[in-house]
Design a protein around this ligand. Structure first.
Ligand SMILES: [Zn+2]
Length: 323
């Protein structure tokens, strides 16, 4: 019986995220090939000296592949000086490998994992992931205008029995409390239904210590939605002023069990995103400080927003410039 080879070849390409390990090996067999790929992507073959602006008399060192020499002004420079790759002794090829792992793992990857896979120290692995997250945060501006879902969530640890302001042990009811009224940090997410794009902002308490005020919510929605956008939210009173602010507003009645009422009035899309994020935050990144929450959320937004792009890898490379 003939072996169906054709089928196998087709399945090599993963859907979304853009690149798998086999493609990585083919594209970047050596460090030089990886650097060439970056240069082609960024400069389209024309490298400019940052000292004198010369484009022609530029040469490359044979054994220091990251460094270039300008023969017009006699200075050397690295095309990576303004990128996340700068200053690290890590090979660009390893950076690319970590980026691909990062893009392909829906719940993120831990620094321990990177440490094991490419044989760097734990602090270096942490730093690499932080740098990649910075690139992921370098997002282009978003404009939503059709139908969006807006929802808030609370992130943080479970309240500890003795770890509260009064020093009194909490009773069981308080320990099991979820959502509003806990010490957790709120985040507000907006999802464009048509494009699937997501925008999330972590909301720290305002000056009076109030969390998630109506003003804060409007600010998040204003940042990405144009006037006249249809906004679907839950019944939280913080959303009461949406109509006044020029939006068409629909509320989901969760108390009536209308999680998906069949009329399109639901926030399931953004709620799905929260569950993916929480898998990563509580599963992969167990002990991360709330201080970095926005950075971690940006990582998950980037993955979500580019998941259908063939070249998510190239999009990320474009954002590695952080001068
Ligand atoms: Zn020069």
């Amino acid at each position: 019986m003939a072996f169906k080879r054709k089928r196998l070849v087709q399945s090599v390409h993963t859907k979304g995220a853009g690149m798998n390990y086999r493609e990585f090996e083919q594209l970047f067999p050596t460090e030089e090939k990886a650097i060439d790929y970056y240069l082609e992507n960024r400069y389209k073959g024309i490298i400019t000296c940052p000292h004198c602006g010369n484009k022609e008399n530029i040469y490359r060192y044979k054994n220091r592949t990251k460094v270039f020499q300008c023969y017009s002004c006699k200075n050397s420079f690295s095309p990576f000086h303004d990128t996340i790759f700068w200053h690290a002794r890590i090979k660009i090829r390893y950076w690319f490998y970590v980026i691909i792992m990062f893009l392909n793992n829906r719940s993120g990857i831990s620094a321990r994992n990177v440490q094991r896979q490419i044989g760097v120290s734990y602090p270096t692995a942490l730093r690499m992931l932080r740098q990649i997250r910075k690139a992921m945060s370098n997002e282009e501006e978003k404009v939503f205008s059709g139908i969006v879902e807006v929802d808030e969530t609370y992130i943080g640890g479970k309240p500890r029995k003795f770890n509260n302001k009064e020093g009194k042990p909490l009773i069981k009811k308080q320990l099991n409390k979820q959502g509003r009224g806990t010490n957790k940090t709120p985040a507000v997410g907006v999802k464009d239904r048509e494009t699937g794009q997501i925008y999330v902002k972590v909301m720290l308490p305002n000056k009076e210590g109030k969390k998630l005020t109506g003003k804060q919510l409007i600010k998040v929605i204003n940042a990405v939605c144009v006037e006249g956008t249809t906004v679907i939210t839950d019944e939280f009173k913080g959303y009461n002023n949406l109509t006044k602010n020029g939006y068409i507003h629909y509320k989901v009645n969760h108390s009536l069990g209308q999680y998906s009422a069949g009329n399109g009035i639901h926030t399931n899309g953004i709620e799905n995103f929260w569950s993916i994020f929480k898998m990563g935050w509580y599963g992969t990144y167990r002990h991360m400080s709330i201080k970095y929450l926005q950075l971690y959320i940006n990582e998950f937004c980037f993955r979500q927003n580019t998941r259908l792009h063939e070249r998510a890898f190239d999009i990320l490379l474009d954002r590695t410039v952080i001068s």
